[in-house]
Design a protein around this ligand. Structure first.
Ligand SMILES: Nc1ncnc2c1ncn2[C@@H]1O[C@H](COP(=O)(O)OP(=O)(O)OP(=O)(O)O)[C@@H](O)[C@H]1O
Length: 263
């Protein structure tokens, strides 16, 4: 479990980015949402110790982040940053994914085993010899996830994993996230994409001005007045409510409702 208790984060300029956050997560897919500047990245950076609490406590599987290094915590909480392609620097995909495990000092067999496993987890088997720059947007995002996965973290923080991707690339990333979740990883999804929240999340945590204002099921989240938080309901939900279908999560569910009504 990740446990955050009464977390305050005040930046050096005095900005109170987090004001008393309580938050827990296990092996779920949790969407972390809120408008620009609400504190999402600040909260996420506490989970692998990149930031330390001004006040309050963050524990990852019992490890207090004040007492452990980023290197130690990163083995539990893998952080995939936004626009990760800027971080690739190896000549091929295999070496890119092997970089982290090599730094852990593992032997060659273990490194190879981890690289193959991580590439399989994100459906990039067969890409070992490709240069990272030749990959599509969705493939680059999945490569970035594989690089972090090779460290075998229990939890993954994914910052805007589908932003800027076309439909097909985005779907490939969604598939990879689902697979990781079914393999037992807890996933914190930072996103502005409400369609993605509707499609993928099990739970939603909403931040507003550094405070947690909602933490609960997806259906409850979408019944909030989202405009008050600078967010918009997905088009699918707006349509389904207009036609009286209520809460649906996929176009297929809406079609099913409509087909039922017609019959
Ligand atoms: N290094 C910093 N120094 C001072 N203030 C900062 C720093 N980093 C972030 N902030 C401020 O803290 C607040 C929370 O920022 P944060 O990046 O956590 O928000 P966010 O919800 O992730 O936003 P976005 O959706 O734009 O990424 C903002 O007001 C931001 O300007």
């Amino acid at each position: 479990m990740i446990r955050v208790k009464n977390l305050w984060h005040v930046y050096e300029n005095g900005r109170e980015a987090l004001r008393g956050i309580d938050f827990e997560m296990g092996d779920e897919i949790v969407a972390l949402v809120g408008q620009n500047g609400s504190g999402k990245t600040t909260l996420a950076k506490h989970l692998n110790g990149l930031l330390k609490p001004t006040r309050g406590v963050v524990k990852v599987d019992g490890m207090n982040t004040r007492e452990h290094t980023v290197a130690e915590l990163s083995r539990r909480v893998g952080y995939v940053f936004q626009n990760p392609e800027h971080m690739f620097f190896e000549e091929n995909v295999f070496r890119e994914v092997a970089f982290g495990p090599k730094n852990l000092g593992l032997d060659d067999d273990e490194i190879e085993e981890r690289v193959r496993w991580a590439l399989r987890a994100v459906n990039l088997e067969g890409y070992e010899e490709r240069t990272p720059y030749s990959l599509s947007g969705g493939e680059k995002q999945r490569l970035a996830i594989a690089c972090v996965l090779a460290m075998r973290p229990k939890y993954l923080v994914l910052d805007e994993p589908t932003t800027g991707l076309d439909g097909r690339s985005s779907a490939s990333v969604v598939d990879a996230i689902r697979k990781l979740h079914s393999d037992g990883h807890g996933i914190l999804l930072i996103t502005h994409d409400m369609e993605l929240v509707l499609e993928l999340a099990e739970r939603v945590v909403l931040l507003h001005n550094g405070k947690k204002v909602f933490d609960g099921p997806v259906e409850g989240f979408f019944s909030l007045e989202l405009h008050d938080y600078g967010l918009e309901k997905p088009e699918l939900l707006r349509i389904s409510e207009r036609v009286g279908a209520g809460f649906v999560r996929t176009p297929a569910e809406l079609v099913e409702f409509l087909a039922g009504g017609a019959g």
